[in-house]
Write a protein that binds this ligand. Structure first.
Ligand code: NAG
Ligand code: NAG
Ligand code: NAG
Length: 397
């Protein structure tokens, strides 16, 4: 059991030189779209699963600071997700994880254990819920300060609802969670992060992930729209009540667009566009945001895979983590340590002629796929480190 408990979820893929220079285009040219799910051996990556470390499990989301070469991971423990994961109606607050944390990992500094050196960031002075000091972290997005000295980390924090007077936890199956967006600041190399601000608002109802704007406001997805619990929550991915919302840096929040089926890990890209993926039906809706926090839909990328999260590398390529068999992915919630690892696919989404105004054309290519769950975790986030050709994949289990 002890070794099972430390099943870890971060996988590092080392692209070979061969891959970098010879196979890449061949591969992308020959493996087109189409839902033929391939075994991982078809892809020229060497995969290495980081195991045996209880600090690095159930890391659902990551943000890479390419300047300081630090990978920030939002981690929990896989077992607690069965009880407490409000985004998929797990609302048993007493079973929530009490050790959620952010890890800062030095991706150019391998450790002797086959991992990398890292720090579990302490949160001195952060009060949590009724003074417990705890985070319930599902996602992390970051932005650098203007002088690049400080990183601001925006966490989706699935706090349980509590009685504001007594601090006693409420029955969250009847209230839903009290999710907030919490901002912390940290500096590269530091072993702590300082709480800066809590965004709490009725519009922050079922947030899944945030995309921070330059002025400190943020776009975010409510994966179940306003429906935190009950039948309407369950039906939301069918009835498409998920939404895209925005909060200004001063905490004024509003709905921007609706009609989404489980919108997920959105991304504000270097081309200025906002990419909103769908986890239920797939596809990426592309918006052009305005400084006032409104956004106009300009395009839809028809990627017919349930998409979890989108990240961008320094070349401006987007990487979408997808679960080609969403149902087997969800099975992991009930029995995270024993359920078979679901298949995972990472797509590269490249905008063509991005300097041409109002031209929205994208090429899609499969970067890696793992039909049999041999090497990849039930992938929810993929990050491509363009400098070294490595892919970092993390997941729930
Ligand atoms: C809620 O979680 C607690 C702690 O893990 C557990 O003992 C209890 O059985 C759970 N309740 C339900 C209804 O699953
Ligand atoms: C994408 O990332 C967000 C934040 O980490 C997470 O809540 C979500 O579960 C991920 N996508 C899926 C469907 O797993
Ligand atoms: C929700 O969180 C906010 C911010 O911490 C807090 O002010 C409020 O009392 C909480 N409400 C409930 C019902 O837990």
């Amino acid at each position: 059991m002890a070794s099972k408990l430390s099943i870890l979820s971060l996988v590092v893929l080392l692209g070979t030189l061969l891959y970098q220079f010879v196979l890449r285009e061949l591969l992308f040219a020959t493996l087109g779209l189409g839902r033929v799910i391939l075994p991982v051996s078809e892809f020229p990556y060497k995969c290495h699963r980081i195991t045996g470390d209880h600090n690095i499990q159930a890391c659902e989301d990551m943000w890479l600071d390419t300047q300081s070469r630090t990978l920030y991971l939002a981690c929990s423990d896989a077992l607690s997700r069965r009880d407490w994961m409000p985004n998929v109606h797990r609302l048993n607050a007493s079973g929530r994880g009490l050790n959620d944390h952010v890890v800062a990992m030095d991706i150019d500094n391998p450790s002797t254990t086959g991992s990398f050196t890292y720090r579990v960031l302490k949160t001195p002075g952060y009060s949590g819920v009724s003074g417990d000091g705890k985070l319930q972290v599902v996602s992390v997005s970051g932005i650098k300060s203007a002088d690049a000295s400080t990183n601001h980390l925006y966490l989706v924090n699935n706090r349980p609802s509590a009685d504001p007077k007594t601090g006693v936890l409420l029955d969250n199956t009847k209230t839903g969670a009290n999710t907030t967006i919490d901002v912390f600041s940290t500096t590269p190399g530091s072993d702590l992060m300082k709480h800066v601000k809590t965004f709490a608002d009725a519009q922050i109802s079922t947030p899944n992930n945030v995309a921070v704007t330059k002025d400190g406001g943020f776009f975010f997805t409510n994966d179940h729209g306003p429906h935190k619990f009950g039948l309407q929550h369950h039906l939301s991915p069918v009835l498409a009540t998920g939404d895209l919302s925005y909060c200004s840096s001063t905490g004024v929040c509003k709905k921007v667009a609706g009609g989404f089926k489980f919108p997920n890990g959105l991304h504000l890209a270097s081309d200025g566009l906002l990419y909103v993926p769908g986890a239920a039906a797939g596809g990426i809706t592309v918006f052009k945001p305005a400084p006032d926090g409104s956004a106009t839909k300009v395009h839809y990328i028809d990627l017919n895979y349930p998409i979890d999260n989108i990240s961008e590398d320094t070349n401006g390529d987007l990487f979408a983590a997808t679960l080609p068999k969403l149902i087997s992915g969800l099975a992991g919630f009930d029995d995270p340590l024993n359920a078979p690892t679901p298949p995972a696919t990472v797509w590269r989404v490249r905008r063509l002629d991005r300097e041409v105004a109002d031209k929205y054309e994208y090429s899609l290519s499969k970067v890696i796929e793992d039909r049999d769950g041999e090497a990849l975790p039930g992938t929810t986030t993929a990050i491509h480190d363009a400098l070294t050709g490595r892919l970092f994949l993390s997941g729930e289990t």
